[in-house]
Design a protein around this ligand. Structure first.
Ligand SMILES: [Zn+2]
Ligand SMILES: [Zn+2]
Length: 168
C-alpha cells in the first residue's frame, strides 16, 4: 500500500456525494488550503471531533445531481449546504460568498491536498487528543465560539480572521 499523495493534475475533477447519494457534486482538484476545524459549530454540524475541510473558489464546485434536494442555512454570503434527505453537510459558502469549504468526508475521490493545521483548538473537545504533527492554531476567536444562536454569517467572519493568518 502506498501512502503517496496524488499529484495535482491540471483539470482533474473530484466527485463527492452525501450519505444517501441524492446529492452529488464535482469540484476541481485545485484546493487552496485544507484545515481541520475544532470549533463547536463544526463539531456539531458533522457530529465529529473536528471537521476536515478544504477551501476553493466557489465557481470551481458544481452540483451534478440533486440541486433541488439541498437544504441551505444562512444567506448568499455565508451558508451551510446539506442534503435535505440525509442531512450530510456538503460544503459551506464562506468569505463573502467567494469561496466554498468542502467537507473532505463527503469526497468520493482522493484530493491532492492534505490538511495543514488544526484551527480553533481552544474550542477542541476535551475527550479528543490531537496526535498528528499538523500545526495547532489557537485563536482569540475561540473565546466567542459558543453562541446562543446558530449564526452562519457570524461564524464565517470568525473563520475569516483565522484564514487571514493561514492563507495568502
Ligand atoms: Zn443525502
Ligand atoms: Zn469550525
Amino acid at each position: 500500500m502506498s501512502a503517496r499523495i496524488p499529484e495535482v493534475t491540471p483539470g482533474r475533477m473530484l466527485s463527492g456525494e452525501c450519505l444517501c447519494g441524492d446529492v452529488r457534486y464535482r469540484v476541481e482538484d485545485r484546493f487552496r488550503y485544507a484545515l481541520n476545524c475544532h470549533c463547536s459549530q463544526c463539531r456539531k454540524a458533522t457530529g465529529s471531533a473536528f471537521k476536515p475541510f478544504a477551501g476553493i473558489e466557489r465557481d470551481k464546485l458544481s452540483i451534478t445531481h440533486g440541486q433541488d434536494g439541498l437544504t441551505v442555512f444562512g444567506d448568499e454570503h455565508a451558508q451551510d449546504v446539506h442534503c435535505r434527505r440525509c442531512g450530510s453537510l456538503l460544503y459551506s459558502v464562506v468569505r463573502d460568498g467567494q469561496y466554498v469549504h468542502v467537507t473532505l468526508g463527503t469526497l468520493v475521490d482522493e484530493p491532492s491536498i492534505r490538511p495543514s493545521a488544526h484551527i480553533f483548538v481552544g474550542s477542541k473537545a476535551p475527550w479528543y487528543s490531537i496526535t498528528d504533527s499538523c500545526r495547532n492554531m489557537r485563536s482569540s476567536a475561540d473565546d466567542t465560539d459558543h453562541y446562543p444562536l446558530f449564526d452562519v454569517r457570524r461564524r464565517g467572519r470568525r473563520c475569516d480572521a483565522v484564514l487571514r493568518l493561514l492563507v495568502r
